[in-house]
Design a protein around this ligand. Structure first.
Ligand code: SF4
Length: 683
């Protein structure tokens, strides 16, 4: 609308007049005395609006469950139902009532738990994007209808194996999908079984090692991946049972072999390749992963997050980190960027990406130079005093030094009764030697001679120095304790060099080293993100070494931990006295089933027909690590125990394989186009 200047002035004058009157009226209103109301909520004349809220929270019934969508926090939650629909989900505030078989109870401190994913889970269940029935790719259905012809380039194009994502998906019944999956699996197993199957795979270019590992069973080309299997003991471990039992029976049916020759599928790992496994942990502590429950953080007085985001990523556990702060813990964060946990830190050590190991070695040098390590702990609880031969870099074996040496008898203690170590492993583990400063000679020791047992044995082992030992074959070798080797190794990491490599401020490197040596208990937490790095093994060993040297292991508030999960889900291990553990379900012998519902775990016969495999090989062009080197010719770097087989069936559950994989284009274009059946089973 166009206004002339005159019209505008006229309109403005009117507006100003109205405002002036209104202003006066407001001023008069403000002069009125305030109505006296003792309790506004009691006196307020109209409370009907409250019904809106009461109605929102009204429910007919409720029930509890353990939330485990795809994490291991296992929060116990309560769902409220109205008219048969879950309206909302809340935490149940009952962690203090949890009790294990031995009567150990949780505490109130575990409340509250949950996160936004858990609070909104029911919305996803009811949401429009949830598949409520099976779908079948149109081209693949036609391929099965046509008898599953071999995948020549023309067949791949015709049935859209090379353009799966552009094909239509057909809604089918459960019966239909079951029939198609069964038919295709029989065809594929037949195709790749026996000598004819091996020939086909050779023609497709698979190396002989990958074909030999199949032992003639076409079912070995079937890759089943139960993702985060412990989150669903019946369903997901049951999927492993399928790979073990059903496929072994399929192999027996196709090759007409008995249980002695039948082979199951390959069960893809759900821990290592996708990054949950900290590869350094087996090196320095001998177990898969060193983790404790998060409440332990409350005991730490020096809490170090290395590439770990407790603020955002540990959701229901983050409050333990806060409680560490409330109890006066000092917070240190080591990450390249000023991250959310860095904002909570007493000091943040920025580190150049991929230079973490240098930071840790620089800190170890300061700990040793300034005598900030815990010598007694190192002697009694670590391998620091164990002697290494400088000529072979192997442990000095008492069998090479002492005539007719007999290994210590370990059949009455921890190794046998707690760790269930079998006699053949005992042989392989052998014994060790340390340099006894009292006797001034090398003396044998064994794996149970730790802590008070070493003190009782009257041995005061040297941590430093080089010693000469005569072997039974007459050879003199120089030996030194592990600690001495570290001492030499870290000489390269003086403060200037460490700074040059890491770009971490020198004053913070020194400050952290001195804190590690003096503030106890201290713990270093890493996250699974850093597990994906190359050289994580070296980095993680460096971090752990700081906790080891300073005696920060095995006590409350200490340790070097990796938080891929917090294992609130139980881990049913197999033992000689309890039976096969989770194997009793996942690996029950298909040909020897126990149908007695009351059978003891020990009565379940387990047999592993399936064989584990790392999906890393699928993600490596579906090939083992075999390299034609210019100098040494063809080298097979993948050992026999890890040798993958070709992938023809890929069936995943509760996991996004392509999202986990690197080289997306290569995987879709070159690898999966040769896979004859891909099944994704998910919510
Ligand atoms: S942290 Fe969240 S998603 Fe995980 S179990 Fe608890 S509520 Fe569920």
């Amino acid at each position: 609308m166009f206004l002339t200047r005159r019209q505008f002035m006229k309109a403005s004058a009117g507006t100003i007049a109205v405002l002036a009157i209104a202003d006066k009226a407001l001023a008069l209103t403000a002069l009125q005395p305030v109505i006296e109301v003792g309790n506004p909520l009691g006196e307020y004349p109209d409370r009907s609006w409250e019904r809106v809220y009461h109605d929102q929270y009204r429910y007919d019934s409720s029930f509890t469950y353990i939330c485990t969508p795809n994490d291991t926090h296992g929060c116990r939650v309560r769902a409220f139902v109205r008219n048969g629909v879950v309206m909302r989900v809340e935490q149940n505030y009952d962690h203090q009532t949890y009790e294990d078989l031995y009567g150990n109870r949780g505490t109130f401190a575990w409340n509250p738990r949950m996160c936004l994913k858990g609070y909104t889970f029911h919305r996803r269940v009811y949401g429009p994007y949830r598949l409520k029935g099976p779908m079948l790719r149109k081209g693949w259905k036609a391929w099965v209808d046509d008898g599953c012809p071999e995948l020549s380039p023309e067949v791949k194009a015709k049935y859209r194996f090379t353009s799966r994502g552009e094909d239509d998906m057909l809604r089918v019944s459960w019966d239909t999908i079951g029939t198609y999956l069964a038919k295709a699996q029989i065809k594929i197993a037949e195709r790749y079984s026996g000598e004819a199957g091996a020939r086909r795979l050779r023609e497709q270019g698979y190396p002989p090692e990958m074909i030999e590992t199949m032992k003639g069973g076409g079912t070995r080309t079937f890759k089943y991946r139960p993702g985060m299997a412990l989150l669903g003991l019946i369903g997901k471990i049951g999927f492993g049972r399928m790979s073990n039992s059903n496929l072994a029976m399929l192999d027996a049916y196709i090759r007409k072999v008995g249980p002695d020759k039948a082979v199951g599928g390959r069960t893809w790992s759900s821990y290592t390749w996708h990054g949950d496994q900290p590869p350094d942990h087996p090196y320095w502590n001998g177990t898969q992963t060193s983790d404790i429950d998060h409440p332990d953080m409350r005991f730490s007085k020096l809490h170090v997050s290395w590439g770990k985001n407790f603020v955002e990523h540990k959701m229901p556990e983050a409050h333990w980190f806060i409680e560490c702060m409330e109890r006066g813990g000092r917070i240190v964060v080591i990450v390249p960027e000023y991250s959310p946990p860095a904002t909570k830190a007493d000091y943040w050590i920025p580190v150049r990406p991929a230079s973490d190991a240098a930071l840790f070695l620089g800190v170890i040098k300061i700990l040793i130079d300034e005598n900030l390590y815990d010598a007694d702990f190192c002697k009694q609880f670590t391998d620091s005093p164990i002697l290494l031969r400088t000529d072979t870099l192997q442990y000095l074996d008492p069998r090479d030094v002492i005539k007719d040496y007999k290994l210590f008898d370990l059949t009455h203690g921890y190794s046998k009764y707690v760790q269930a170590i079998k006699p053949e492993y005992r042989e392989r583990l052998g014994d060790f030697m340390v340099w006894d400063t009292g006797k001034n000679q090398a003396v044998p020791m064994h794996r149970e001679m730790v802590g008070v047992n070493m003190v009782k044995a009257g041995i005061d082992p040297a941590l430093e120095g080089t010693y000469r030992v005569k072997l039974l074959d007459g050879k003199d070798v120089d030996v030194m304790p592990v600690f001495q080797m570290y001492k030499i190794h870290v000489q390269d990491f003086d403060l200037d060099t460490t700074y040059q490599i890491t770009q971490s401020p020198k004053d913070l490197i020194v400050r952290w080293a001195r804190d590690c040596g003096t503030v106890k208990p201290m713990a270093i937490h890493s996250g699974e993100g850093v597990n994906h790095w190359f050289h994580r093994t070296t980095n993680g060993r460096g971090a752990a070494m700081i906790t080891i040297l300073t005696g920060n292991q095995g006590k409350f508030g200490t340790g070097s931990h990796n938080w891929s999960g917090n294992y609130k889900t139980g881990i049913p291990q197999g033992t000689p006295w309890s039976g096969g553990g989770i194997g009793a379900w996942g690996a029950e012998d298909a040909f020897n089933l126990n149908l007695d519902a009351k059978a003891h775990g020990k009565e379940i016969v387990t047999k592993y027909y399936a064989y584990g495999e790392e999906p890393a090989y699928w993600n490596h062009g579906d090939r083992a690590l075999i390299v034609n080197t210019p100098k040494y010719g063809r080298k097979v770097f993948t050992g026999k125990t890890h040798m993958p087989s070709p992938t023809k069936v890929e069936w995943s559950m509760n996991v996004n394989l392509l999202n986990n994989a690197k080289y997306h284009y290569d995987m879709v274009k070159n690898v999966d186009s040769n896979v004859e059946m891909i099944v994704v089973q998910d919510l």
